[in-house]
Design a protein around this ligand. Structure first.
Ligand code: FE
Ligand code: FE
Ligand code: FE
Length: 182
């Protein structure tokens, strides 16, 4: 087997592990999200990710590789961070912001991985492989953009409003306790 195939198989194995770890993490992220638009975005991407796992299996078959036992350490860390935020914070506006932040870190890692593979496959003249992986790359970019849209239109404004509201409430209760003291 030539070095191009070896390298590509290794990249695909890493992506295979990454996708499966992401797939396992998403139900928890969805369950702990509050905003319906965010829940829906994660739900949709879970379904896409099942297809992405299948694409990697196809891609490996095309070049004579098998998934194997390689573990993507980066995705393990990213999932760990997401899990940590979910466990350390109550559900609500702030956790929604943190879930989007964690989800976008995951998407950006995937965009880098598929970007590399598509570019490499093109360079090697493997058009079929490049086209297959480009479908997943497009889905990851689309998901990243949707998360940005949900953050900008819904989740960030809701968080800022609730954070400013509770800051004001704190301010008022401090004011009234000062008045009582005097
Ligand atoms: Fe993915
Ligand atoms: Fe990796
Ligand atoms: Fe993704």
């Amino acid at each position: 087997m030539d070095d191009i195939s070896k390298l590509m198989i290794d990249q695909l194995k890493d992506a295979y592990s990454a996708e499966r770890q992401a797939l396992r993490a998403m139900p928890k992220m969805m369950k702990n999200a509050t905003h319906p638009a965010l829940k829906q975005c994660i739900q949709m991407h879970m379904e896409q990710t099942e297809g992405q796992v299948e694409r990697i299996e196809q891609a490996l078959e095309m070049i004579g590789g098998k998934p194997g036992r390689k573990v993507c350490e980066a995705m393990r860390g990213l999932v760990e961070e997401a899990t940590h935020e979910i466990e350390e914070n109550d559900r609500g506006e702030m956790l929604d912001v943190l879930i989007i932040a964690a989800a976008q870190r995951i998407e950006h890692y995937e965009i880098a991985a598929y970007g590399t593979m598509v570019t490499l496959a093109k360079a090697a003249g493997q058009k079929q492989l490049a086209d297959l992986l480009a479908q997943t790359l497009a889905e990851e970019k689309e998901t990243d953009q949707k998360l940005t849209d949900v953050a900008e239109s819904e989740v960030n404004p809701a968080f800022i409003q609730s954070a400013q509201g509770s800051a004001e409430a704190n301010e008022n209760s401090r004011g009234s306790s000062r008045r009582k003291a005097s």
